[in-house]
Every structure is written in C-alpha cells, then in structure tokens.
Design a protein around this ligand. Structure first.
Ligand SMILES: Cc1cc2nc3c(=O)[nH]c(=O)nc-3n(C[C@H](O)[C@H](O)[C@H](O)COP(=O)(O)O)c2cc1C
Length: 275
C-alpha cells in the first residue's frame, strides 16, 4: 500500500473511505496537492517561469487546433489594482506579482480568415464562443498545474466576469475577445497556511455507463457536508451553514451572480452574437 498516496487521498476527500489505487504517478501526486493561494511573497514571477508556464498551457488539447484563446500577463501594479476593483475588490489580485488574464479569442481567427479572403460567419454562433472558453480553460488549468510544479501558487479569478466591458477596456481587447477569468500567480506566503480542500466523494461524481439517480447521491453529499464542516473548523473559517446551504446561496437568484446576471448583454456588446 502506498502510504503517501493514501494520505493525499484522505486530505482530498476529508475521509479515508477511498483506498489508494494501485495506479499512481508524480503528476497525480502534484495535482492532488492543489490548493488556491491568496497571499504571496514579494518576489516576482520571472520571464523564464512565465515562458515555461505558457508552453505548458499551449500544450493542452485545443478544439480542431484552432487555439481560440490568448493570455495577457499583467504585472503593472495600477492595472492589477484596477482589475482587483473590477473583480469586486479582491485584494489578492492587487497584491499578486503576476495576474494572467485568460481570454476566449475569436478575433485572431476572424483576422486569419479575412487574410485568407474567406468568410467567418460561424464565429457568430454560441458553439464557437464555447470553443474559445473551453480552450482557454484547458490552457489555464495546464498553466496552473505547471506553475504549481515550479513551486508557485495562485487562484482563478472568476470575478473578472463581474464587469466584462471594463476589463476589456483595461486590457485593450478587440471585439470577439472575452476575459473568461483571471489567475493570480506568485510565490505563496507560507503564513497563509493553505490546505487541501476536500471534494465530493467519487461515488457522487463518478457514474458508470448511465447517470445514477440523484437520490442515490444524497448519502455521499451528506458525508461531504460533514467533511467540509471539519475543514472549515480546522481552518478556523466561520462559514454559516453546510456546503449544501453555501452552494444553494450561490445559486439562489440572479442577484447572487454579482453582476454576471447581465453576462449575455455584455458578451453581445463585446462582439459575440451567440446565435
Ligand atoms: C473558474 C474559477 C473561478 C474562481 N474565481 C475565484 C475568485 O474570483 N476569487 C477567489 O478567491 N477564488 C476563486 N476561485 C477559487 C475557488 O474558490 C477554489 O478553487 C475552490 O474553492 C476550491 O478550492 P481550492 O482551489 O483551494 O481547492 C475560482 C475558481 C475557479 C475554477
């Protein structure tokens, strides 16, 4: 039995219910150790690390090799502060040495087609927007894993979708380019004391052959509510209610979306027809 794998799994699920599988690897080990970081040391993320991280990002699979994404590396303090403000005043965006802005980018494809004297009407469809978002997300997750392998840490910033037009203006985005999310990166401040946050048990998310009825997921969800309660207590986090209540609050109504309830209109304004 792989004791260190078992230890990692126990942390990932907040329980010892899943025996360590015989299959294991250094990459899996690293992925299981992920935790978001929101406090950073003063030292910058240098260009060598940035180049390696972006090469890893570009190694992700991409729909039809269209590579419908781009990334902007933001180091300028004023821009970071403005982005922090766009994202609802998240101070860790201002304080991180590097903020990567992950973009769904259909502008380059339009430009390439124009250059080839060819039409690009398909770019106006929701499907193409989704391709850009998926490509950006796959690249970003490769980047985060690569950064973590270099001893860096960071956090996705979905708050960048609170005010998409303002973010677009700050970054000089042309039409048909949308900031899907930001990502802070830096050398983690050990005093933050980040911990691996438990996830739902596998029997809740892993289905075999056909979707298992929701009623059969209830037991695993109850187990998870307990695991998260222990996690919050161990982290001295004062969270009101269970994970289920917390999640329900997040989806209660449009106003829970902190401005993103008008995302459809914002995307139209940014040049996405979304037919
Ligand atoms: C797309 C996306 C957007 C996120 N946006 C934010 C954000 O705006 N601010 C923040 O502090 N964390 C944000 N997070 C981090 C999540 O809260 C975090 O990943 C989740 O709680 C699990 O914790 P862990 O990453 O430490 O395992 C985001 C994560 C993802 C994947």
């Amino acid at each position: 039995m792989n004791a260190s794998a078992q230890h990692q799994l126990n942390a990932r699920y907040g329980s010892d219910a899943l025996p360590a599988p015989a299959a294991w690897s250094p990459l899996i080990e690293q992925l299981l150790d992920h935790r978001s970081a929101r406090r950073f040391l003063d030292s910058p993320v240098d260009d060598a690390r940035l180049a390696a991280i972006v090469a890893a990002a570009q190694s992700a699979a991409t729909s039809s090799n269209l590579q419908a994404w781009s990334v902007i590396a933001v180091r300028n303090g004023d821009t970071r502060a403005a982005l922090a403000d766009c994202a609802g005043g998240q101070t860790h965006v201002r304080d991180a040495p590097l903020v990567l802005m992950w973009l769904a980018d259909l502008a380059r494809l339009a430009h390439v087609a124009d250059g080839a004297g060819r039409p690009h009407g398909a770019l106006d469809y929701l499907e193409m927007f989704l391709i850009g978002v998926i490509d950006a997300a796959l690249a970003a997750q490769n980047a985060l894993a690569a950064a973590e392998s270099l001893g860096l840490a960071g956090c996705y910033i979905g708050g960048m979708r609170n005010q998409p037009e303002r973010v677009a203006e700050l970054l000089g985005l042309p039409p048909r380019v949308f900031a899907v999310f930001g990502m802070t990166l830096g050398h983690p401040d050990p005093s933050e004391g980040t911990a691996v946050k438990p996830r739902l048990p596998q029997q809740v998310v892993l289905h075999h052959e056909r979707y298992r009825p929701l009623a059969e997921q209830e037991e695993g969800i109850a187990t998870y509510n307990d695991a998260m309660a222990s996690f919050y207590a161990s982290q001295r986090m004062n969270v009101n209610g269970t994970w289920a209540v917390h999640s329900a609050k997040r989806i209660a109504d449009g106003s829970a979306l902190t401005g993103r309830d008008r995302l459809g209109a914002a995307l139209h304004a940014l040049g996405f027809a979304l037919r």
